[in-house]
Design a protein around this ligand. Structure first.
Ligand code: G3P
Ligand code: MG
Length: 459
């Protein structure tokens, strides 16, 4: 409590010490979305000028969010780590995801932070919550929810599936299983054993229900029971309602085997086989597969880019293409209907980011004494400056996004990450997605935008 008090005192002191002449009195009709890797940080080290740019915006009450394709840690933990790395840490400010807090807000909190898997929360109460149609219905407040995944069994994987399970549970999902749980209960599902005892046994939990082993040949003691539709009973057998890839898996072989098993199962009953799943039309009512990010490559300390989650998704889709009819639409295409791709540049992530930014902007306005509903009417959000280093994700996504509120997402590319100005200078085909501006770094990007808007850019 004392820590919270001192946080508030310090924030209030900081606001009162802001020179009144440095900010226009009106509400900023613009905001920012910052990529992290290659914009604010490079291989976990802060990029010079990043913290000063965020603090300057915060002093002027100009809203911003961080929007990253990274993931694998709980939002509050990642935010605390970023606060420390960027030197923005304020005691007591770790988790303010519920944005109903009155009073000044910290520079960075979970309220203005979106990582690749943050949108999965939307599915707790509406399994179609990330679809374009559901988003349009939600914007019109017309309801139409089709029920959520909160109490259904979901399968999750990622770099550390045991940790990913905890994150999913922190989000509110109540029945979360991992590949380790399946492997420990049914070792024959993956007949190559090197990691079962050394890795998976430690993190496996008992499955909530047994698998329905159609035909019975997988189970050592089973007789070849013929399948009957009445067997599809989720009070007796495990049914996987959705599968989530939170970040880059490590054991591709096991995960591709299990995800493929899920894709060919009857209505998510792992252990069954639906012949229609491989047909040109595909099966009805099969489990949906969510990938949180589709970056094929990303920059690391190695001199050449390394595979990201997009490479894993391509591998799953490649194996599936070998199994399914050549007439079936590709697994990762919207026409395929089985998978949902999130992360930049996908529209579902930009829709989620815009909702987060509008909510954050309203709480910032209220924290500074404006009534959010009338203030946002008086000063609607006209422009969001998307500051990114990756033309294929940050810039492509901002350029392609069509805001339901008519907000212009203005792309600004920096030279501190993936983008290579030398290659761009030599090859006119290098940059497939042209930004509105190319500047040196995040400080220059913020100055460019503020000058364009006629706001103080002196930091
Ligand atoms: O896909 C790798 C991820 O770390 C990229 O992060 O912040 O550049 O979107 P970011
Ligand atoms: Mg980046």
């Amino acid at each position: 409590m004392a820590a919270r008090r001192s946080l508030v005192d310090r924030l209030q002191r900081r606001q009162f010490s802001t020179p009144a002449s440095s900010a226009p009195s009106s509400i900023a009709p613009f905001a920012f979305a910052f990529d992290i890797d290659g914009v604010l940080l490079h291989v976990s080290e802060p990029i010079p000028g990043a913290a000063a740019a965020l603090q300057h915006l915060h002093r002027l009450n100009i809203p911003f969010i961080l929007l990253t394709n990274g993931g694998g840690r709980y939002e509050a933990d990642r935010v605390a780590d970023l606060q420390r790395r960027l030197g923005l840490d304020l005691e007591g400010s770790s988790d303010t995801h519920d944005t109903d807090c009155a009073g000044p807000l910290p520079v960075l909190s979970t309220a203005n932070f979106v990582q690749s898997h943050t949108p999965f929360r939307e599915l707790l109460d509406n399994a179609a919550g990330l679809d374009a149609e559901a988003a349009a219905a939600g914007d019109k407040e017309s309801g139409g929810s089709i029920g959520g995944l909160r109490d259904q069994t979901i399968l999750v994987t990622g770099s550390d599936a045991a940790r990913i399970r905890i994150i999913a549970e922190q989000y509110g999902f109540r029945s979360v299983i991992t590949p380790a749980d399946i492997l420990a209960a049914y070792p024959a599902i993956y007949p190559f054993d090197p990691l079962l005892k050394s890795v998976y046994a430690e993190t496996a939990r008992p499955l909530p229900k047994p698998l329905l082993l159609e035909g019975g040949k997988l189970a050592s003691d089973a007789s070849a029971a013929p399948f009957s539709p009445s067997d599809l009973d989720d009070s007796k057998y495990l049914r996987i309602a959705a599968t989530f890839v939170f970040n880059d898996p490590r054991d591709w072989a096991l995960d591709i085997q299990i995800l493929t098993d899920v894709l060919q199962a009857r209505q998510g009953f792992l252990g069954t086989f639906d012949p229609a799943s491989l047909s040109a039309e595909g099966s009805e009512g099969g489990t949906r597969l969510f990938f949180s990010n589709s970056d094929l490559l990303w920059a690391t300390t190695y001199h050449l880019p390394r595979f990201g989650q997009g490479a894993f998704a391509a591998a799953v889709a490649g194996v599936w293409a070998q199994m399914a009819s050549s007439e079936q639409p590709p697994l990762l295409s919207p026409e395929g209907g089985r998978s949902t791709l999130l992360g930049k540049p996908h529209a579902a992530t930009y829709r989620f980011a815009e909702r987060t930014l509008l909510r954050y902007r309203a709480s910032l306005l209220e924290a500074h004494g404006s009534k959010a509903s009338s203030a946002t009417k008086e000063a609607p959000l006209q422009t969001v400056y998307m500051i990114g280093d990756n033309p294929e994700s940050d810039i492509a996504g901002a350029n392609q996004f069509s805001s339901a509120h008519g907000t212009d997402w203005c792309s600004v590319l920096v030279e501190t990450g993936v983008y290579d100005p030398v290659r761009d200078g030599k090859n006119s085909d290098y940059l497939r997605h042209r930004p509105r501006a190319i500047v040196g770094d995040v400080g220059a990007a913020v100055r460019w935008a503020l000058q364009r808007e006629g706001w103080p850019a002196d930091f």
